[in-house]
Structures are given as C-alpha cells and as structure tokens.
Design a protein around this ligand. Sequence first.
Ligand SMILES: NC(=O)N[C@@H](CC(=O)O)C(=O)O
Ligand SMILES: [Zn+2]
Ligand SMILES: [Zn+2]
Length: 347
Amino acid sequence: MTANTLTIRRPDDWHVHLRDGDILKGVVPYTARQFARAIVMPNLSPPVIRAADGAAYRDRIMAALPAGMDFTPLMTAYLTNGTDADDLAAGFTDGIFTAAKLYPAHATTNSAHGVTNIANIYGVLERMQAIDMPLLIHGEVTDHDVDIFDREAVFIERTLNKVVRDFPELRIVFEHITTAEAVDFVVASGPNIGATITPQHLHINRNAMFAGGIRPHAYCLPVAKREKHRLALRKAAVSGNPKFFLGTDSAPHAVSAKESACGCAGIFNAPFAIESYALVFEEEGALDKLEGFASEFGPRFYRLPLNEDQITLTKAPVEVPLSVDANGTPVSPFHAGETIGWKFSAG
Ligand SMILES: NC(=O)N[C@@H](CC(=O)O)C(=O)O
Ligand SMILES: [Zn+2]
Ligand SMILES: [Zn+2]
C-alpha cells in the first residue's frame, strides 16, 4: 500500500440481488467485475425454493455472464412454511445451495412467500444444524404495531435470541445489520454468528431519506437508522472482528419503480461497491482493515478458500452517473451524482 494505491485480495459479495430475465443480464457484469463470488439472494418472483430452482437459476446467471468474466454465483434457498427439508439438504450436499434464507413473511421485497412463524421451520432448522448449512436472516419483525425503525431490534428480542438458544450450533448470518443492538448481539454471540454490512448503512443515516424532500433512492430495507447506529456499524466494520464482513445487498429496481407513489425498497450499489467501502475505511483511518472485511472474513465464515487474485484501488476522482443502463432498464446507482475518491481496477 502506498498513499495512493491499495492492492488487496479480490473481494466477494456475501449478499446480492441479481434478479432475473433482462435485468439479470444488465446487472451481473457490475458485480462480476469486482467480486469473485457472491451469495445470490433467492427472492425472485416466484422464489427459488427447491434445489432444482436453484440449479436452473444458477444456469441463467452463468448464461448472463459475459464471456471471459471470472465469477461464481453461490446459490441460496428461500425458506417457506412448507420447505421440504430433504430437498433442501440434498441441494446443499449436491453443491447447489450454499445457504438458506429466512424472510419473515412481508418483511421486504418479494417476501410474501416467507415464513409466517419461526416455529413452522423448526424441523428445517434442525436439519440445517445437523448438516452445518448456514442460515441467512433478514432480521425484522413485521408487526404493524412495531415502529419500522425498531423492527430489527425487536426481531433480536423476539426471534433471534430464541433461534440461537434452540439451535446453538447453527451457523447464522444476520444480514444487512443496521443497528447498534445488532452489532452488540453479534459481538456477544459465539463464533457461529456473523453479520454482513452494506455500504449504504455505513454512509447514510435516516435523514438521507428526507434531505430537502423525499428521496426514494435512499430507501432500502431494513431502513437506515439514527446516526448513533451508523457510527456503531462503522466501528464494527473497521474493527477487524471477523464476525463482520462485506455484503452489499445491491438491490436494483428500475428508476421508475423507485420514483413512484409506492417506491420499491432497495439500493443498487454494485457499480461502485468496493470504492464505497474504501471511502468508509479511509475516513475511519482503517484502510489496512479493508482486506479482512472484504476478502477474508466472509470466506472463512463460509469455510471456502480465499481468492488468489487481486484488485487495486487508486485514489482518483470518479464521477458517479445519475443512472446506469442495466440491459435496457435505467437504474440509479448508490452515490449517484457524487464524485468519489477511489477508482477500481482489476489486478
Ligand atoms: N434490501 C432491500 O431494500 N431490498 C431487497 C430485499 C432485501 O434484501 O431485504 C430487494 O430485493 O429489493
Ligand atoms: Zn433483506
Ligand atoms: Zn437483500
């Protein structure tokens, strides 16, 4: 590392939405350009539930990947009240599924088929614990009487504590954490509990959604919280604690679907993802901790080999466009209209 360049082991993205159909072809290259592997979320419509769905979706991703790009999608199963534990376990053993994802029903985009009560999947969790298959969690309660800004903290109290107590050996990733409570929970838990942190939750607090007017492009789920939570997340990300690792939650929606009377939740951060994290680590005076967070702690948690190739980040002004083309669909990238101070290059 010199003052102006930083070369690190090539990173992986442990939480991404690649979608399907035409837009899949448009967004895959943004992720594959930076990341060697990615944990691909299963919240398609209809969702990826059975092992055969996972295999077919992986084939569609590989078909959408431009020739010559080196990228491995790691597939996940969408848990439902009716998940077939035998099919799920076979999918894991056969190398189709890397993990399974818990969406509380109606917590987020395409989660209507999610789990309505954690008790409904206790048999599946038992099986996952037995075969050491990781559980990935969108950790928010959906009760209408719980304030949207409290839904993650209440999920820890009402659901996550119970799951961890009842399945003490289960490997769990608490996805896209947004609160100091989540940071504290993960730090206090055993080594089988990790968490991903997105770039947006390190950069913005909830004011960003209302800065001078309503800002749909700053809206994602879980929603950004108060400043004290952002600061707790930044501290966790740069701490060097291997429980915290990179997961962008890049979630593209067409500009028209975001700029609407009922705008979709999700921030598309794939085009400048590693640059966005680098900014945070630089601001925290912790660039030496970026490689662990981005390229080492995730594969160790998932028990996968580290990538051998490298990427370089160079200090240079880069203008982020207001929108990028995703195979015919305009999508607004995170940091749109800003000039960011890092430039990515492969090798
Ligand atoms: N994060 C989001 O705001 N949206 C994600 C779903 C999710 O990860 O919860 C999406 O699929 O659009
Ligand atoms: Zn989610
Ligand atoms: Zn997500």
